[in-house]
Design a protein around this ligand. Structure first.
Ligand code: PLP
Length: 413
């Protein structure tokens, strides 16, 4: 198999499209009449695909022959993106969705979270995933219990006690960047027969490939690092047997599919994933080091920092320490935390005050009023999301320009 960087550039591209003209003119897959073919996968903006004879349509619809018939069932541009992501994850089949949440919903359905089932979820989970479990799956009779995914003894205890049908964790959590010990959690879930679902959005296959470590289902918000340019919304589920057949069916019937133009943009973005991640991880490390000694910063959260609770786990199981840094502003009066955070964010010039992460642009947010807004103040407090906390998602700009901007904004704190 070719190396990760090579697969990022070539996987999925120039795939056979099953074009009708192949049979009539004898040309190879993707070739045109002139004997040339595009080096970039075309955007197939067609809802329906015709064949040379109805017998072939019958075989394609019946699944006896690979091919395309109707866009909700599959589209060649979307397949190209799926194949590229599956090639980076190393194994499994990828299913693309219209958003990360649509992907997570489909993954949880494929994990058979039906009435009477219990799911054990990391308390560090992305807020909308936790709410999806509690409200949507809860209404369908699924019980959600939470556990600190970084406390392996607690995970082991709860799995033994609850025998959950599924366990849901994230590679790296938001906003304190806690790192789940996936290899150890795999051992626990395998022994209990629970399905392990890993949201690898913050890690990407560049940092860790959970399927290779034994996880059952991987989910990504491709809105973030995989596409990387802040210009599309998409999600992916990557898995193998026995979950892939269910996913295929769920996707067809629920219909939250990825659109072809988004797939084309995402496929293009994916090619530079290793380059972007390398730079973003480096930028995050440099910023964390600088902030750690800054007098206006009370505390830095970054897995490469020696005092991060998961520093050892991160070094053991991740290829690098990720592209995010969070930090608490130094404020004397805790009541002043929000005002100081707002002053800091308003003073930024280069870095953009906006939610989301994983873009080429450096983005900064105030988690207490953004990603964790829906939580009660006491739950935020328990999760360590303080009013003076800022999260920065590093872009690919020069690290010195990012640091200069952040340091000048810190003057306003
Ligand atoms: N998972 C994680 C870890 C996220 O951060 C997000 C979005 O921020 C999602 C899932 C949902 O993705 P999307 O916004 O593409 O639906």
């Amino acid at each position: 198999m070719k190396r990760f960087e090579t697969r990022a550039v070539h996987a999925g591209e120039r795939r056979a499209t099953g074009r009708a003209d192949r049979q009539s003119n004898g040309s190879a897959a993707g070739e045109t009449d002139g004997g040339f073919y595009p080096i970039s996968t075309p955007v197939h903006l067609s809802t329906t695909f015709a064949h040379n004879g109805i017998e072939q349509t019958d075989r394609v619809l019946g699944g006896e022959e690979p091919g395309y018939s109707y866009a909700r069932y599959g589209n060649p541009t979307v397949t190209a993106f799926e194949e590229a992501v599956a090639a980076l994850e190393g194994e499994g089949r990828a299913f693309a969705f219209a958003s990360g949440m649509a992907a997570m919903h489909a993954a949880l359905m494929a994990a058979e979270l039906t009435s009477g089932a219990t799911v054990l979820a990391a308390e560090q989970l992305y807020g909308s995933t936790a709410t999806l479990l509690v409200q949507v799956f809860g209404a369908g009779g699924v019980e959600t219990r939470f556990v600190d995914a970084c406390d392996l003894e607690a995970v082991e205890r709860k799995v033994a006690e609850l025998k959950p049908r599924a366990v849901v964790v994230e590679t790296i959590s938001n906003p304190l960047l806690r790192v789940a010990d996936i290899p150890s959690i795999v051992e626990i879930t395998k022994a209990a027969g629970s399905t392990l679902v890993v949201d690898a959005t913050f890690g990407t296959p560049y940092l860790q490939r959970p399927l290779e470590l034994g996880a059952d289902i991987v989910v990504h918000s491709a809105t973030k690092y995989l596409s990387g340019h802040g210009d599309l919304t998409a999600g992916l589920v990557i898995t193998g047997a026995p979950y892939d057949a269910a996913l295929d069916q769920i996707r067809k019937l629920v219909g939250g599919v990825m659109a072809p133009f988004e797939a084309w943009l995402a496929l293009r973005g994916l090619k530079t994933l290793p380059l972007r991640m390398e730079r973003q991880c480096e930028n995050a490390r440099l910023l964390a080091t600088r902030l750690a000694v800054h007098p206006k910063v009370a505390k830095v959260y970054h897995p490469a920092e020696k005092d991060h609770p998961d520093n050892e786990v991160a070094r053991r199981i991740l290829a690098d320490t990720g592209g995010l840094v969070s930090f608490e502003l130094a404020v004397e009066d805790p009541e002043e935390g929000r005002a100081a955070a707002f002053r800091f964010l308003n003073a930024l010039d280069l870095c953009i005050r906006a939610p989301s992460l994983g873009d080429i642009y450096t983005l900064a947010i105030h988690p207490a009023t953004a990603s964790h807004r829906e939580l009660s103040p006491s739950r935020r407090e328990r999760l360590g999301v303080k009013e003076n906390l800022i999260r920065v998602s590093l872009g690919i700009e020069h690290p010195e320009d990012i640091a200069i901007d952040i340091e000048q904004a810190l003057e306003s704190v």
